[in-house]
Design a binder for this molecule. Structure first.
Ligand SMILES: Cc1cc2nc3c(=O)[nH]c(=O)nc-3n(C[C@H](O)[C@H](O)[C@H](O)COP(=O)(O)OP(=O)(O)OC[C@H]3O[C@@H](n4cnc5c(N)ncnc54)[C@H](O)[C@@H]3O)c2cc1C
Length: 465
């Protein structure tokens, strides 16, 4: 009999979700982790960034206290304390995941794993090599910051997102190469804490892939906060001297900064884990899986960032659960449904989307109607002085089925959960618009956007008249 029913390689959100679900189903599970339990999300991604973001947002609130009729003299960031607080959050939540793993009876092995055969995983541990035999393998090895050959990390002046989360001194100036979601999130943190931030983005807008109207809202907000934007611009050259970096831009301009963050995407961890031994298919570093999350080799599944696609923790969770159910059950039966994936970008204001944007719906051949409602007409946003942004709904023109929702505005990443449920349940606009929403709340903007699409908003004049 093999040692395990399932060996999970990697303990990030995708890996630990797979391990927990396999254990819930009665499987004997080993989870191998070469670094710290919780993966990127818990240790170097979602959680540490949000800890710093909360502090940056509070500082910005304190700095504009007088607009609320409050006095708050000279608030400022103490970076060492912020990092200490962030480390506490990470340790607390990591401890939680470790306890859960213990509670599920999972054998957590610290070491580097590689697949040796279809039913065999070899683990290099501090105490030597260990071989695990198993019925199934779930690969959840995640991703790392992508390094550019022209702008290599020196981990001193030229940093990855992981390095930036450990800075104990606030840089006076920060140059961010790449205006995607990670770059924009760090710009929000460091501009909020008081650094002079410059973003250089190769494409014509920040947060590429988002609608121009959404990007415009974010760009306006960044400019108001003193962030300098260079769009349609590349960093041609980076020189580091005396602890400072000077970038030569394709526009001919030069930007000097104390620190540079290079955030140009993620490299997927599919090398060195034995895939070639068994002929597991990859495509540009991404492990190829079918709708059951099984690779081309039976009994070997892959989940999370390493299969490409969304690169989001909560998507990894769901993939992990599903792969475990397929691996433990009597053959692959469950398939992933990606129609209602909520995605958040933690800028100020936040961005969150689910389902289809208008252009995507049209590309998919759907005849759509849209509705929009601004936060400037939402009382809860008005009293919080957070009026930038809007909610937009996209629905099928004939059936009025909600196909997608885009939000840019306060607490967008929380508000999107309601929309995700509705898109997943194939709800119609009249069901959203006809649901009594509590007043005054930000959620009213969702209801109003649906009413706008139906041509009968309560608190704006319909554009459809
Ligand atoms: C700065 C930043 C902010 C982010 N913010 C968000 C956010 O707000 N919301 C969100 O949804 N997503 C966010 N993400 C993305 C999120 O962190 C990832 O999508 C998620 O962590 C992927 O989970 P995973 O389990 O696939 O892989 P990972 O979290 O990358 O975990 C993989 C694990 O596998 C281990 N491993 C790799 N190879 C081996 C091996 N051979 N043997 C043993 N162990 C191995 C690694 O050490 C790692 O611990 C953020 C990412 C970054 C970088």
């Amino acid at each position: 009999m093999p040692d395990c029913d399932v060996v999970v390689i990697g303990s990030g959100p995708a890996g630990y979700a797979a391990a927990f679900r396999a254990a819930q189903l009665g499987g004997r599970v080993a989870m191998v982790e070469r670094d710290t339990v919780g993966g990127v999300c818990l240790n170097r991604g979602c959680i540490p960034t949000k800890s710093l973001l909360e502090a940056a947002a509070l500082l910005e609130q304190m700095q504009r206290a007088d607009t609320f009729g409050l006095a708050c003299d000279s608030p400022r960031a103490d970076m060492a304390k912020l990092i200490e607080r962030k480390n506490r959050h990470v340790a607390q939540l990591r401890g939680g995941v470790e306890q859960l793993a213990k509670g599920h009876g999972i054998d957590v092995i610290v070491g580097t794993a590689a697949i040796a055969a279809r039913n065999k995983v070899r683990v290099e541990t501090a105490d030597g090599e260990r071989t695990l035999t198993t019925r199934a393998i779930i690969i959840a090895t995640g991703s790392e910051p992508q390094e550019l050959a022209a702008l290599p990390f020196d981990h001193d002046a030229v940093l990855s997102s992981t390095d930036l989360l450990e800075l104990e001194t606030l840089p006076a100036s920060l140059l961010i190469v790449g205006g995607g979601y990670i770059g924009c999130e760090f710009a929000t943190i460091f501009a909020g804490l008081g650094s002079k931030v410059t973003i250089v983005e190769m494409l014509g807008q920040l947060v590429p892939g988002q609608e121009a109207r959404i990007a415009h809202t974010i760009q306006t907000s960044f400019k108001k906060r003193g962030v300098t934007l260079h769009l349609n611009t590349k960093v041609e050259k980076l020189d580091v001297a005396k602890g400072k970096a000077t970038a030569t831009l394709s526009s001919g301009e030069m930007v000097t900064a104390d620190k540079v963050l290079v955030s140009v995407g993620r490299r997927l961890n599919s090398d060195g884990i034995g895939l070639e031994t068994l002929g597991v298919k990859t495509d540009s570093g991404r492990i190829v899986v079918d709708e059951y999350l099984e690779t081309n080799v039976s009994g070997i599944y892959a989940v999370g960032d390493v299969i490409g696609g969304w690169l989001l923790a909560h998507v990894g969770h769901h993939e992990g659960i599903l792969a475990a159910e397929n691996a433990i059950g009597s053959g692959a039966t469950h398939t992933m449904d990606y129609r209602a994936v909520p995605a958040g970008i933690y800028t100020h204001p936040e961005i969150a989307t689910v389902g289809l944007a208008q252009t995507q719906a049209k590309e998919a051949g759907r005849d759509v109607i849209t509705g929009r409602f601004p936060f400037s007409a939402t009382p809860k946003a008005v009293v919080a002085d957070e009026t930038a942004g809007f909610v937009q709904v996209v629905a099928d023109a004939a059936t009025r089925q909600l196909l997608g929702v885009q939000i840019v505005g306060p607490h967008a990443t929380d508000l999107i959960a309601e929309a995700a449920v509705l898109v997943q349940m194939e709800a119609r606009l009249d069901e959203l618009g006809g649901t009594i929403h509590p007043h005054p709340t930000l959620s009213e903007a969702l209801m109003e956007a649906a009413l706008d699409a139906l041509g009968r908003p309560l608190h704006t004049i319909s554009r459809k008249k």
